[in-house]
Design a protein around this ligand. Sequence first.
Ligand code: ADP
Length: 478
Amino acid sequence: MNNIFANWRPGKLDRHGVTKAQIRAAVEQAQLHNFPFVSVSLSILFTLYALIQAFILRENHTAVMVAIAAISAVVIYGLRRQVLQKRIRPTQANHIYGLATSLVLLSMMLRLFFTGNPRQSANLAFFLVGIGVLLFSTRWFLTLTAVTLIGWLVGALIFPPGEEWIFYGVVILAAAATGGIAQIVLTLTYRKSEILRIENARLYQQTRQFNRQLEEKVQERTHELREAYARLERLDKTKTDFITIASHELRTPLTILNVHNQILLQDEGIRQNSDYWKRVRSIQDGAARIEAIVESMLDVAKIDSQALMLTPTPLSLSPLIHMVGQQFRNTLAERNLTLKIDSLRHLPEIEADAEALQKVFYHLIINAIKYTPDGGQIVISSQAHDSPPTVEIVVTDSGIGIAPEVQSLIFEKFYQTGEVMLHSSGKTKFKGGGSGLGLAIVKGIVEAHNGRIWVESDGCSEETCPGSAFHLVLPVNR
Ligand code: ADP
């Protein structure tokens, strides 16, 4: 078989991506694997031969035959041990088998010459078939066939040729052909299975390598993502730190401003002068607005650093929402907006922080005011759910609405839609400016109460005003 592979055109094998060296190594491996079978079979073959000689064909020299069989069996067994103990390579053992078998054949040929009995050539044929099937080496199989045929030919020339010689000649040729076919089938089968095996191994290796590369890539990307995440976290912390510091720093001058403003507001001279009075009042408004922003900044900083302290008490939402709504009475009238609060009396009391929830409704209502054109409507409705026990408040407006793609983003701090610089300056005017912190505070407070908030809107359009509905679900018990 080795020879057949050696003669195979490399290109043909290359098409399968298998080199000759690989095939050879694979064949060697297969030989090693089949060694016990081959050795035992050869030993049985020799023994059978001796027995047939002695008892069926009633040949003379039974002892010699049995001795040959025994020695062959011992030699084969010894070889097998050597191979299995890796002292010799399977290919070498194969050659020794071939050599030993040719010696046995030669001994038979000698008998053929001594006895002039053509029947001996049938014995040779018997060997040829067996060896053809068992030997892995094509070279040895061809050698043995040649030796047998030459022996028979010389015998037929020396001794007077008769019908018997022709008969046994045909038997030898048939045996050689059978052995040869067995060799070819064996070789082809091996070749195919070995090519497949090697190809499988190669594919397996490639897949493993690919997997390894993929794993490395994934690890690399995970590492990059982790780094980017850490960077973002650091940035976010810097932002929160800045908000905290800025709001604290703004508070002190703001307090001074408020104190002095209060003094001015008490001043009789200023009260008498309508021009001064207006100016001082607008300073007061401006300061109040800055205070509200600073307050929001502090709230966001507390939410971010999870330092929001809640004092939950049993709370009825109806008076709380009405109270917040009242704060906007003038604004609503100014902007010709209606705030309709459906009956909330059926709602159960919930356990929540009143001050925090006031902020929630303050921001939701002021947003509804800001993003609803004059003449619009804001409705606050509610619903109680049983399992689990929750209350749901919905703040609906007939305003410009919110595009679906930003509906989850608006709850991020500083997120504002539209052109921020184009926002009007009045905080309750249509599209009035804001800090972009309102909904972040709302979400932070609601989540701190183990609640949920989301918005539903069919999109954003100043022409059609599809409106928005902010849903707020709070657990009855925290
Ligand atoms: P802002 O101070 O800008 O109002 P918010 O956090 O309160 O900040 O709101 C974030 C953004 O969400 C706003 O800039 C606005 O685009 C959008 N928004 C909030 N409430 C409404 C609403 N009722 N209708 C339409 N858009 C809204």
